[in-house]
Design a protein. Structure first.
Ligand code: PMP
Length: 461
């Protein structure tokens, strides 16, 4: 591929590659930055400029970029057996071994895995199998899925419907009759009536809202609740203490399944291989993983299912016979071999312990940004942080969307050789888990200077 120049890549991309989540108005003029090399916590563009990657690719390159061991594991599997179908009674060694490993890593009796190709598909599978599970139990009316405003669950038709971020809906249709939305657990921006509540009272408020919503729909019509432990793309929203466990208990009260979307949080981002039980004290009925499962080296997603669900869906059925769900690439041997190596690296290098140690320092440095006049809120945990920019701190006023403040901070960081991710006016950070204290300092110095520069440009400094 090296026969092409930077400009040729740039043009081919601009003319033919429809990028996900891209603003075409600016894209047509500016085109894209072509990233060509990567190593550790750095990526380099085709012009040779290195950047400290503050977002691990896209919440995923947990073990760091450019690991030779991953290349070897992938190459070995390709030369041994690159692909054979996983349907019916056929399997392959890495898929079987990884299934056992994921059962070992997952809490409670989440002992069974359905493989897909990413996070959206893991969530799709969870919903399809939730319906199938209740149908097999003769509970045919249990269909509604309760999700949350500002939750992000992906971009297939069904995962997009589960997603509660208003800005992602424009111009698209959705499976409106299937999904119900309740409030985000957003400590910073609360709904009317909840502004002055203590954290514990706000938690009661959210639980009451959930329970009332179930009762209004009728528990016989509700199949499941889906939630991220910390909402990621919705702006890194951390729920009040005790929230997840109480939401889980409410699900159990009404015979609903709890689907934990751990696409971002699993594999160490918060210092645990799986966050739900270790950090939040509940064991979901289904648990969706992707991203950190292979550290993004190869696409792979997984939906873990409890023994109870497995027993129901695997009972020989009198009609139809098969569980008619699956993908050509379910349990792809190369992806599963990559996941096994990735998990081995995480364990050998004790990356969860590393995040437990450096994560609090990372968060502390983030909190120092709160001195700046346009930083309204700093939130998150360990290597998952959101910084919300506002025009007036006391009023929590948002900047006009057209001002593109998040994007301006991103550009300033880029000039300083650091990549952050603007989600509207929330700056999201999710670095590779191998990030050190020194690299943390480099990142936050650049971010501090960048936000300060934008503050000055706005005349607010
Ligand atoms: N769930 C969550 C919590 C996510 O953050 C994402 C992706 N950012 C997805 C699901 C969708 O994953 P994918 O893009 O791999 O389909």
């Amino acid at each position: 591929m090296s026969e092409f120049t930077h400009t040729e890549f740039f043009e081919m991309d601009k003319q033919h590659f429809i990028h996900p989540y891209t603003d075409f108005s600016t894209f047509q003029d500016e085109g894209s930055q072509v990233i060509s090399h990567s190593e550790g916590v750095y990526v380099t563009d085709t012009e040779g400029k290195p950047y400290l990657d503050g977002i691990a690719g896209l919440w995923c390159v947990n073990i760091g970029h450019g690991r030779r061991e991953m290349a070897e594991a992938i190459s070995n599997q390709v030369t041994t057996m690159e692909y054979y179908n996983p349907f019916g009674h056929s399997t392959n060694k890495p898929a079987a071994q990884l299934a056992a490993k994921l059962a070992e890593l997952s809490p409670g009796n989440l002992n069974h895995v359905f493989y897909g190709c990413g996070g959206s598909v893991a969530n799709d599978t969870a919903v399809r199998l939730a319906h199938y599970y209740f149908n097999m139990k003769g509970l045919h009316s249990k269909k509604k899925i309760i999700s949350r405003c500002d939750g992000y669950h992906g971009s297939t038709y069904l995962a997009a419907a589960l997603t509660g971020i208003q800005g992602t809906k424009y111009g698209f249709d959705a499976a409106d009759n299937l999904v119900e939305y309740i409030s985000a657990a957003n400590m910073y921006r609360r709904p009317v009536g909840a502004e002055d509540l203590t954290e514990a009272q706000y938690c009661d408020f959210l639980i009451d809202e959930f329970e009332n919503h179930i009762l209004q729909l009728g528990p016989d019509n509700v199949a499941a609740f889906i939630a991220e432990p910390i909402m990621g793309a919705g702006g890194v929203l951390v729920a009040p203490a005790g929230y997840h466990k109480r939401m889980y208990d409410t699900c159990k009260k009404y015979d609903m399944l709890f689907i934990a979307d751990e696409v971002v949080t699993a594999f160490g981002r918060l210092g645990a291989m799986v966050a739900s039980e270790e950090l939040y004290g509940y064991t979901p009925d289904m648990l969706c993983m992707a991203k950190g499962l292979t550290s993004g080296y190869i696409p792979l997603g997984a939906t873990m299912l409890s023994d109870e669900i497995y027993q129901v869906i695997s009972k020989p059925q009198c009609e139809g016979g098969l569980l008619s769900h699956g993908f050509t690439y379910s349990g792809h041997p190369v992806a599963c071999a990559a996941a096994l190596k990735n998990i081995e690296i995480m364990e050998q290098e004790k990356l969860c312990e590393h995040v437990q140690e450096v994560g609090p320092y990372f968060f502390e440095q983030a909190q120092k940004l709160a001195d700046l006049p346009i930083v309204g809120d700093v939130r998150g945990s360990h290597f998952m942080v959101g910084i919300e920019l506002v025009s007036n701190k006391a009023e929590k006023s948002r900047f006009p969307v057209t001002a593109g403040i998040g994007q301006r901070v991103f550009k300033h960081c880029q000039e300083r050789g650091v990549i952050v991710r603007p989600v509207g006016d929330v700056i999201v950070l999710s670095p590779p888990l191998v990030m050190t204290r020194d690299q943390t300092d480099i990142l936050f110095n650049a971010l501090y200077e960048s936000i300060a520069a934008v503050t000055q440009e706005l005349g607010l400094g």
